[in-house]
Design a protein around this ligand. Sequence first.
Ligand code: PRE
Length: 168
Amino acid sequence: AAPADTADSLRTLVEASADRLALGHQVALSKWDSGAAVEDGGREAVVIMNAVSQGEGLGLERMWVAGLFRAQIEANKLVQYALLADWSRGGAPDHAPVDLVRDVRPQLDVAQKAMMAALPGVAPLRTRKTCRGEVAAAVGDYLYRRQLPAGTLDAIALDRALAGVCGG
Ligand SMILES: O=C(O)C(=O)C[C@]1(C(=O)O)C=C[C@@H](O)C=C1
């Protein structure tokens, strides 16, 4: 694919990753209410298995897809831990009850599908020397477009969420 195609796909991937990450706020609220642990190893395995098998249908390498989603999950946990720690000190924001299994995980699955659709176009970037710089720039563009300040929790976590794009 030409570099322009990669850039478009990367932009789509960054947006879908940010959408997935934003759901971490809802997940954290549900865990605040339920007292459940942030980490759910069984669910992580399901998320990664689903992504890998969807990726195989798209001709994507298993290890790459697994690494990509491991990074997404790690970033999601970063957001959850940070929010829960804040709320332990200051209280959680007012919110309606959040049903993790019925409401939030299906939305995570939708964001995952959007990410998967972008991956074939992003794959050629993996092996470029410029990969890390291009990913960092794409995140910077996203933050700029959304007027999200660098250094905030969501901005930091978005860089981490995309840590699996290069190499693998
Ligand atoms: O589904 C959850 O319980 C989440 O916290 C979300 C998520 C994910 O990013 O998919 C993150 C951490 C958990 O270990 C499992 C999955």
